[in-house]
Structures are given as structure tokens and as C-alpha cells.
Design a protein around this ligand. Structure first.
Ligand code: SF4
Length: 381
């Protein structure tokens, strides 16, 4: 039982009469309010369970006569499944509808760089080390065809200043009035530092630096108080993690950074620093809506498409491609809604499907795929 008002919880055995009451409580039409029979009130386990609910301020027990109309609480229901049926209905009749509004961010791997990596992109956004690049006309067309009121960000990942048509591409994308995010390796950033910092001065551009060589932090941050750049420190060990913390702590100026753990033959590091334990899961405040969203969509993938330098388009780069950059984004989004494996990938598989924290846990992520384990927790190892 989890109370979204104060993030408190208690476990119980869902069996016998308690299970019968729970099954009724979970019916949407009952609005979290059910009749408890005299027999159930004779059952010691049901009474103890109801007492725990009352003691934890999670509900109340009243005599039917006390209220003319009994108290109810709305169960938040996300409309995603209803929407999918509507989209199929519209698609079969050739109606464009609003399905494209579900596309919120597009990630273009515009080219490769000598400092890239060909595995990391399956875990996090990280430039590739390949020679292929996307045609800028194709990027521009895909972006213009993706435009909808909820498309908020376009990412350009790679080595922007070695991309031959970068200035045309930026000029064209500016016409969309959507935030552009330029993602670059630490080495490429240092090489073209002035050009990247000039870009970061523009209001609709964010520059993200992915820092794999954490020992270069001091050189990277030399000017950071004068530039508006976001830093992502990729750490693969506790030593790297501590080093980043120590170095950033020394810095008096406010630094915009995040530490991102990456998988690299380092399961112990993940066990110690990343895996969730019971305390973290039960003490992280979540609203009712947060919990129901976790039951319906994958918060890491929903609304996102990625285009690799060979032109293939993915809802998650770990799953098969949904088409190419030559396809219309609306057709790709429809395919993801009806046949995809990512946007609706929620914790329905074992061991999570048997776990009481199933819907308190964050959505499945690429880190789990990289580790080859369906859960990042200490509860079920
Ligand atoms: S088994 Fe799955 S649902 Fe349960 S705590 Fe671990 S990751 Fe979360």
C-alpha cells in the first residue's frame, strides 16, 4: 500500500478476504470506495489490514449511514490505450488526426567523430565513431514534417563543425523555433571550444558536452563561469565518481552538470551506486499520476525518435528500426503505436511483474539492456 500524499507505504499479504477487498478497490467504477461485509469485519487479517490503512492515513472505514453519498477518490486513467484505438480508426480512414502530437523530441546522429564510440550510444546519447553522415536536406525535411505543438527539442549529435553543411542546417532549423541541442564529445568540444561557446550564447541552442575523460575536467571547466554549457560526466567506477564530485565541489561557480553512470565490465560499481534499494523506492515521493504513467508508457522512450547516420529511424536504438529518414514521421509514430517495442515498454516482465514495487520503479532503461538484466535493484538479484 502506497500513500502518494506523504510517500509512506506498508507491505501486506494480498490473500484471503483482503484480496477480495483489494480486487474491488481496483475496479475503476468503485472510485477507491468499497463495501466491507460483516463477515470480512470478523476476519482478523482483514481488520488488521484496515487498521493499518487508517493508521497510515491511507483511507477510512465508515458506517454506510454516516454519508448520504459515500466518499470517493478518482483513479487517474491515462488515455493512451483509448488513443491507440482512435489512431487506428483514423489511420484506416486516411485521417491524419493528432497522432503526431506524441512526437516530442528527435535525435539526429548527424555524423561520426574520431573520438566517438560505437557502443555507448545504446546506453546514452553519445557521438559515434563512423564515417557516415546524414544528408542535411533529409534532416530538414524530417524536422519540418515532425513539427507539432509538442515537439520541443531537436538534438544534433556528432561533430557539428566537421559537418560540411552545418551553417545551412542550423539556419534552416532556426526557422522552426524549436530548442536545438548540440551534443558533442569532450575532445571535440575542446578542439572547437570558441565555436561551441559562441553557439551556446544563442537563446535557442543548448550545448551538451559528454565527458568520458573525467581526468580532463579542469581543462574543460576553465571558462565555464563565462559560458552556458551543460556538462555530462560519464563515470564507470567509484573512483571516477568521487573524483568528479571532489573536482566539481572545489568550484565556487555554479556548474550545470550531471553524473551519468555507464556500463563497462563494472557490475560492482552499479550494484553499489546505481541499483535501487527498498528505502529509495519507498521514500521517493510519487503522485498518483506518476504511478499511473509508469503503468502506461516508458518515460525514457515515449515521444522520442532517433535517426542514425545511415538514415534508419528508431524509437529506441536497441530495438529494430521503424523506417528511414525518408519516411514521414507520422507513419513512423503510427508504427511505434501499433507495433513498436519501446514507447509502451513498462515493467510487465519478470521479475518486476511479481514485485510489489512494480509501479514505483522508474521505467525500464537502456542501462538494463546494456547490463543484460531486466531490473536495476537489490530486491530481486
Ligand atoms: S524487481 Fe523490478 S519492480 Fe521490483 S524493485 Fe526491482 S526493478 Fe523495481
Amino acid at each position: 500500500m502506497y500513500n502518494t500524499l506523504n510517500a509512506t507505504s506498508f507491505p501486506f499479504a494480498n490473500i484471503g478476504e483482503v484480496e477480495k477487498i483489494c480486487n474491488e478497490l481496483l475496479k475503476v467504477d468503485n472510485l477507491y470506495s468499497v463495501m466491507v461485509s460483516d463477515n470480512q469485519l470478523q476476519d482478523k487479517k482483514s481488520v488488521a489490514w484496515i487498521d493499518s490503512i487508517i493508521t497510515n492515513n491511507m483511507g477510512c472505514l465508515t458506517r454506510e449511514v454516516t454519508y448520504e453519498e459515500h466518499p470517493v477518490s478518482l483513479m487517474p486513467i491515462l488515455k493512451v490505450q483509448d488513443n491507440t484505438q482512435r489512431y487506428v480508426w483514423e489511420h484506416n480512414r486516411g485521417i491524419q488526426g493528432t497522432i503526431l502530437d506524441n512526437l516530442h523530441e528527435v535525435f539526429f546522429y548527424i555524423n561520426g567523430t574520431a573520438n566517438g564510440e560505437n557502443e555507448l550510444y545504446k546506453q546514452i546519447i553519445y557521438p559515434l565513431k563512423i564515417n557516415e553522415s546524414l544528408d542535411y536536406h533529409a534532416i530538414i525535411d524530417f524536422c519540418f514534417n515532425s513539427k507539432n505543438p509538442y515537439l520541443t527539442r531537436i538534438y544534433l549529435i556528432g561533430s557539428l563543425f566537421t559537418y560540411p553543411s552545418y551553417s545551412i542546417l542550423l539556419n534552416e532549423l532556426h526557422q522552426l523555433h524549436i530548442q536545438l541541442v548540440i551534443t558533442v564529445t569532450d575532445v571535440d568540444y575542446l578542439h572547437y571550444m570558441q565555436a561551441y561557446t559562441d553557439l551556446a550564447m544563442q537563446e535557442d541552442i543548448i550545448v551538451q558536452v559528454m565527458i568520458k575523460n573525467v581526468n580532463d575536467i579542469e581543462e574543460l571547466l576553465i571558462n565555464h563561469d563565462k559560458v552556458d554549457v551543460h556538462y555530462y560526466f560519464l563515470v564507470a567506477s567509484e573512483a571516477e565518481y568521487e573524483y568528479v564530485l571532489d573536482t566539481t565541489k572545489k568550484d565556487d561557480n555554479k556548474l550545470d552538470y550531471q553524473i551519468i553512470p555507464i556500463v563497462k565490465d563494472n557490475l560492482d560499481f552499479f550494484r553499489n551506486l546505481v541499483y535501487l534499494d527498498e528505502k529509495e523506492l519507498t521514500e521517493t515521493p510519487l503522485t498518483k499520476r506518476d504511478i499511473f504513467v509508469r503503468q502506461s508508457i516508458n518515460l525514457n522512450d515515449f515521444g522520442r525518435l532517433t535517426v542514425l547516420p545511415d538514415g534508419r529511424v528508431y524509437s529506441n536504438v536497441n530495438h529494430p528500426s521503424l523506417g528511414t529518414i525518408k519516411n514521414l514521421p507520422i507513419d513512423i509514430v503510427y508504427k511505434e503505436f501499433t507495433k513498436g517495442q519501446s514507447w509502451f515498454n513498462v515493467r510487465k516482465q519478470k521479475p518486476c511483474s511479481d514485485c510489489i514495487y512494480q509501479w514505483l520503479c522508474p521505467s525500464p532503461s537502456n542501462i538494463e539492456l546494456a547490463i543484460g538484466k531486466p531490473n536495476l535493484c537489490l530486491m530481486k538479484e
